[in-house]
Design a protein. Structure first.
Length: 92
């Protein structure tokens, strides 16, 4: 969730390029607050002894999806697919 939270904060503060692939929803204050809360929860939850293994399917799928969205959101239109794939690969 951290990459998605970072892109959401950047979108809300106007630091993403105008032609970026960021969905318009990412800069909504509720989305910014939600992604920040989820990222903080993820960071805190990973430190707990009872935290599940990070390689289980649902967790891996969520990391790949948020990485793809974050990667594509930062790229100009002609590079969105490649940037999304790189973001997914880096997160996975």
């Amino acid at each position: 969730m951290t990459p998605l939270a970072a892109v959401s904060v950047a979108a809300a503060s106007g630091r993403l390029p105008k032609d970026s692939g960021a969905p318009p929803l990412l800069d909504h204050p509720a989305v910014v607050a939600g992604t920040l809360a989820l990222a903080a929860g993820e960071l805190g939850g990973d430190k707990m002894r009872s935290a599940p293994d990070r390689s289980i399917a649902p967790g891996s799928a969520a990391r790949v999806m948020t990485g793809a969205i974050a990667g594509a959101a930062q790229a100009p239109p002609r590079h969105r697919l490649r940037a999304g794939a790189r973001g997914a690969g880096a997160a996975g």
